[in-house]
Design a binder for this molecule. Structure first.
Ligand code: UD1
Ligand code: CA
Length: 451
């Protein structure tokens, strides 16, 4: 293992012209996570000192999205990758051993490959090292020029390459590491390119070659160093990342009926023997237990779901669902919905900020908000908690084993006892005692005056 102090610098200031977007390129999301966040996570995975992120285009937006987990350096205007590093120079910890440069638009790089680069650098005692790869189509990547002895002597950008150089298939991933002291001493030798005035970080290769400094390389698969420059590459990256996540679940014992049509974010956990049907989107901090059946056509976000839960064609946001519950089709659980064990939620039901006790049933088109509902309660079709008076939200409480008749309006605040009953069409404006039956508009107990 490598005990060197590594300082990561993430270049993320470029405009990303080819994205044709108002949004900075590095904030475009891949499987629900901004592109630049992948580089930050990679930096953390190899134990970097607090990463430095060079921002420029859309700097405020990037800061607001990523927050203060990293150090920022502003590069304005953006005059190339070398210029970006020159701006970061003052923030680089001179006590670090190694500086590792990652790109905000290269999200797939794995920790193992980065460790391999750091090891190559250390073993060769190189001044700098880089990751190269050899794709089928070297496209617009910078070409790696080697001398007769196989030493890397230059990197030539596609647009400046001769046709002979364009034929080179080994290309630059953009991921470099440097001996910190060597970098600090050599960065200001970079010169702007004639014509457009951009500073190329890749020119340090030529400078190192002239000084006979040692350059090490390490190669990896194309898939790890795909650069995202346009929406076609973004879509390809989305597919690739999704496949990786889905494969992990498949190998963990989760059935995905159609992985290509299943959308699971990296942070989600799913227990074995659960089945995910097509058209399911599972996002954020969601945990799903074992033996569940999710989908088809279900969206779940930031929710905790127990074992043996079935959810069909529904939207679940910020909810907690205990074992044995079934939901849907076409229902909506919102923030703070908490369903006890074996609750049944049928179609066109909405639940927000409410707890439903074990075995309670809400079968057909109804709304429960700010409600605390006991065990084995029947919520009749069309029941509504009228929880909002235009200014404030009010609570509804219902005791165990109570039967709420179809089309009951529960005008909150209101408390209904256990084993009580409301007649169909009741408008309940007053509390209902345990074991009491009320009906009518407004609802009254069954007495001689309300026969
Ligand atoms: C760069 C490399 C190329 C390599 C390719 C790999 C150079 C000159 N070229 O080309 O050899 O094959 O990456 O993907 O280094 N950035 C800044 N400030 C700037 C310009 C860019 O922070 O002024 C950032 C961008 O946000 C991006 C990264 O640097 O994250 C790379 O910039 P980009 O313009 O995409 O470089 P490429 O043309 O792809
Ligand atoms: Ca790029």
């Amino acid at each position: 293992m490598n005990n060197d102090k590594v300082q990561c610098v993430i270049l993320a200031a470029g405009q990303g012209t080819r994205m044709k977007s108002e949004q900075p390129k590095v904030l475009h999301q891949i499987v629900g996570k901004p592109m630049v966040q992948y580089a930050i996570d990679s930096a953390k995975s190899i134990g970097s000192l607090r990463p430095i992120v060079v921002i420029g285009h859309g700097a405020e937006q990037v800061k607001n999205t990523i927050g203060d987990r990293v150090e920022y350096v502003l590069q304005s205007p953006q005059r190339g990758t070398g210029h970006a590093m020159l701006q970061a120079r003052a923030q680089i910890d001179p006590a670090s051993d190694t500086v590792l440069v990652l790109y905000g638009d290269t999200p797939f790089i794995g920790a193992e490959t980065l460790q391999c680069l750091l090891a190559a650098q250390r073993d060769a005692q190189a001044a700098l090292s880089l990751i190269t790869f050899t794709p089928n189509d070297p496209a617009l990547y910078g070409r790696i020029v080697r001398d007769a002895n196989g030493r890397v002597v230059d990197i030539v950008e596609y647009k400046e390459a001769t046709s002979e150089q364009r034929a080179i298939r080994e290309v630059n991933s953009g991921i470099f590491c440097y001996q910190t002291q060597w970098l600090l001493e050599h960065l200001n030798k970079l010169q702007p390119r004639a014509g457009h005035g951009e500073y190329y970080l890749t020119d340090l290769i030529g400078i190192a070659a002239q000084e006979q400094a040692i350059t090490a390389t390490c190669s990896c698969d194309e898939a790890e160093v795909l650069g995202i420059n346009d929406r076609a590459q973004l879509a390809a990256a989305e597919r690739l990342m999704r496949d990786q996540i889905n494969l992990r679940h498949l190998l963990n014992g989760v059935t995905l009926i159609d992985p290509a049509n299943t959308y699971i974010e990296a942070s989600v956990t799913i227990g074995p023997d659960s089945i995910i049907h097509p058209g399911s989107h599972i996002k954020g901090k969601t945990a799903i237990g074992r033996e569940c059946a999710i989908g088809p056509n279900t969206i779940i976000e930031d929710s905790q779901i127990g074992n043996r839960v079935e959810i069909v064609a529904s939207l679940i946001e910020g909810a907690t669902i205990e074992d044995g519950v079934d939901v849907g089709p076409f229902s909506h659980l919102r923030k703070g919905a908490h369903l006890g064990a074996d609750v049944h939620i049928g179609n066109f039901a909405e639940v927000k900020d409410s707890t439903l006790g074990p075995g309670t049933k809400q079968g057909h088109f109804s709304y429960l908000g700010n409600a605390t509902i006991g065990a084995n309660v029947n919520i009749g079709a069309g029941t509504i908690t009228c929880n909002y008076d235009g200014q404030h939200k009010h609570p509804t409480t219902i005791g165990d084993n109570t039967f709420i008749g179809s089309d009951t309006m529960l005008v909150a605040p209101v408390t209904i006892g256990h084993d009580a009953k409301t007649g169909a069409g009741s408008v309940v404006t007053h509390d209902v005692a345990d074991n009491e039956l009320v009906y009518g508009v407004p609802a009254k107990p069954k007495t001689t005056s309300n026969p």
